[in-house]
Design a protein around this ligand. Structure first.
Ligand SMILES: Cc1cc2nc3c(=O)[nH]c(=O)nc-3n(C[C@H](O)[C@H](O)[C@H](O)COP(=O)(O)O)c2cc1C
Ligand code: SF4
Length: 394
């Protein structure tokens, strides 16, 4: 049975108080341990896509040894179909900057970076003006924390946290091996918290509302709200704040064009859900209650029955071929072979049975690729090729 979506309005809610009033109140009235406990009990998960528990990440960084630590905000927003961080950066940057300040308070970091997608450079002047206000407040309070804006390098892979850190260090934007994780060895080898733009905003929301109130948002065991970038075959594309945990069918009823045949959850690196399974899947993070939950950094793409799923898959694979950094063989060669393979199947220059070999290749890439880019190609490939086989081998 369907549950229907629930809208929320906490991320963009305006506040009338003086700039950074709440930030000041928090760092003067509660302890870092209290904030970590609140984040853990809120069950806030990173909004950049991977969904790691934010409270745990901050705890690891706080406990990591070393005088020098960093806070990094991932504003690279490179996943195809994601455009929700831009809304935050435009409308409520103060909440995000406050969240970074709280992180500095918790971890002891003195320097922060906003890694800003190159295409969002037009926002830089306004963001800097907002940072100037924040820095004045920090000075007034004798709170030693300074944030710089770093212009992104225009590659999808630079959104991967360790590639991003290399990029800030002036190196090629190539992912590093993990472990070590950034909370222990991050920017310039020092303990670093790296979070998505929306995650930092959620930290401020939890500090303001309290974890118990925050947990009231969310359906089916999920906690909090999430920004979704709705695009594709929909009459109502845009950014919407919804409670986590809704079923795909509810999204389709709300945003579909009446002819939706598939929904791609999580962009090119996410999963494709066909009409027959709209009732089955929910949007959120793995939980006992939700069962088959699909995470997303925010991208939700609708495809109606006029779309060729072969074309959709070809498009995603061209993207991966272009964006693979080439550092490891499974991803560099695998993406090219998958693309070539489905093109050959289309032109009938290989047997349709070749698709089985391509599945095997995608699955091998999942376990042998060095970073999330190569590891996630199989998500889109296997879900589209499985569910729309008749369109791939026609
Ligand atoms: C290829 C690739 C691209 C990514 N791009 C982004 C991005 O643009 N923004 C983002 O927040 N996370 C992105 N991530 C996820 C980051 O590696 C990391 O998990 C995230 O910044 C952590 O923040 P969170 O815990 O707040 O989600 C990407 C991951 C991969 C593998
Ligand atoms: S998986 Fe792809 S993007 Fe990631 S390191 Fe390997 S080649 Fe680079």
């Amino acid at each position: 049975m369907s549950t229907s979506i629930k809208r929320a309005d906490i991320i963009f809610a305006p506040y009338s108080e003086a700039p950074y009033h709440k930030f000041k109140e928090i760092i003067t009235t509660v302890t870092p341990e209290y904030i970590i406990d609140e984040l853990i009990s809120s069950e806030l998960r990173g909004r950049g896509g991977a969904g790691f528990l934010t409270g745990m990440k901050w705890k690891f960084a706080r406990n990591a040894e070393g005088e020098i630590k960093y806070v990094v905000c991932n504003a690279d927003e490179g996943e195809p179909g994601t455009f929700k961080d831009r809304e935050i950066l435009t409308k409520v940057p103060r909440k995000m900057i406050s969240g970074m300040g709280i992180c500095a308070f918790v971890t002891g970091a003195k320097i922060g970076y906003i890694y800003l997608r190159a295409e969002y450079n037009y926002l830089r002047r306004d963001l800097q003006a907002e940072l100037d206000i924040f820095h004045d407040v920090c000075k007034e309070m004798n709170f030693n924390f300074h944030i710089e804006i770093f212009s992104g390098m225009g590659a999808y892979v630079c959104g991967e946290e360790t590639a991003l850190l290399n990029s800030i260090e002036g190196k090629r934007g190539e992912p590093r091996n993990k472990p070590p994780f950034p909370t222990n060895e991050g920017l310039f080898g020092k303990p670093t918290v790296i979070n998505n733009v929306e995650t930092f905003v959620n930290v401020m929301i939890i500090c303001r509302l309290g974890s118990a109130e925050f947990r009231k948002y969310g359906i089916h065991g999920q906690t909090g709200s999430k920004l979704f970038s709705i695009s594709g075959d929909t009459p109502r594309g845009g950014v919407y704040e919804l409670e986590l945990g809704m079923k795909i069918i509810d999204l389709v009823n709300e945003f579909g064009d009446g002819n939706t045949k598939a929904v791609q959850v999580g962009g090119a690196s996410g999963f494709c859900v066909p009409r027959a399974k709209f009732e089955e899947y929910t949007i959120g993070y793995p939980s006992k209650l939700t069962g088959d939950s699909l995470p997303t950094g925010g991208s939700i793409k609708f495809f109606n029955s006029k779309r060729s799923m072969h074309h959709v898959l070809e498009n995603f694979l061209e993207f991966f071929v272009e964006e693979s950094c080439g550092q490891c063989t499974p991803c560099r060669v695998g993406t090219q072979q998958l693309l070539k393979g489905i093109q050959q199947i289309k032109t009938k220059s290989v047997s349709p049975l070749y698709l089985d070999k391509l599945y095997e290749l995608a699955k091998t890439m999942k376990i042998t690729s060095k970073c999330g880019l190569g590891q996630s190609v199989a998500n889109a490939f296997c879900s589209i090729a499985d569910e729309f086989k008749e369109e791939i081998i026609y």
